[in-house]
Design a binder for this molecule. Structure first.
Ligand SMILES: *Cc1c(COP(=O)(O)O)cnc(C)c1O
Length: 227
């Protein structure tokens, strides 16, 4: 895609974020926009970085590795896909600023174990399967409080909050109850341990997610689609 179209897309997304914040009485500065760059041409990632974006999300370790090593832009890379146990060493070597998709206690424990000798502390989010869809990864909302407590005891990973995708609904309004439920869980956890990040909302529904309390949105197609 050409840079004019990309810049137009980014500006549009930023103004839609601002408008959603206005409706919700929130400050746009409190929303982090993560550009989801899976399958995006590296040249476009560099352009988005020139435009001022600094948070990029990838959903496979292989693609993330390729882009992080070749692009060398000053940026925060987020991992947002299902993390396989046999990719943990590689994931650690990539130094993600945030792994958003911790979806089992076993994965958290293994990651912690592998990090221990390095002394590094990895920031993570726990992924909730908010609609309890059998085909989706993530914790069951009911099990989350207990799991969160267990993961909080681990020394080399630091849970900063929650991430959810929610069911794929074309109609963004249909997502509202799921986002609201995720915010409720986030707030109840926050009573014990103040959390910073609630990552929810994608191209089709980020405005509703912001209205319901998202602090981070992950946008791909709305940014990178077009001629
Ligand atoms: C692809 C993806 C996104 C972005 O989706 P779009 O519809 O392209 O905005 C967000 N989060 C995760 C986990 C993804 O895999």
């Amino acid at each position: 895609m050409n840079r004019a179209k990309l810049f137009e897309n980014i500006k549009k997304i930023q103004s839609r974020i601002a408008a959603a914040c206005l409706r919700a009485g929130r400050n746009p500065k409190d929303i982090v926009l993560v550009a989801v760059t899976k399958q995006v041409d590296p040249a476009n990632i560099i352009e988005a970085h020139h435009f001022g974006l600094t948070n990029f999300g990838e959903n496979t370790i292989q693609e993330a590795s390729l882009k992080i090593s070749t692009l060398k832009v000053e940026a925060n890379w987020h991992f947002i896909g299902h993390l396989q146990k046999n990719k943990l060493n590689k994931a650690i070597s990539l130094n993600f600023s945030l792994i958003q998709s911790i979806d089992s206690l076993e994965l958290a424990q293994l990651l912690d174990e592998k990090l221990r000798p390095t002394g590094a502390i990895q920031n993570v989010l726990l992924e909730i399967n908010i609609a309890k869809e059998p085909q989706k990864h993530g914790f069951d909302p009911q099990e989350l409080p207990l799991v969160f407590e267990e993961i909080s005891k681990l020394k080399n990973i630091k849970p900063l909050g929650l991430m959810t995708m929610g069911p794929e609904k074309e109609n963004s309004e249909a997502m509202r109850p799921y986002f609201r439920e995720a915010k409720k869980i986030f707030d109840s956890l926050t009573k014990k341990t103040p959390l910073e990040i609630l990552s929810m909302g994608m191209s089709n529904n980020f405005e509703v997610a912001i209205e319901e309390g998202a602090t981070m949105v992950r946008v791909g197609r709305a940014m990178f689609e077009g001629e």
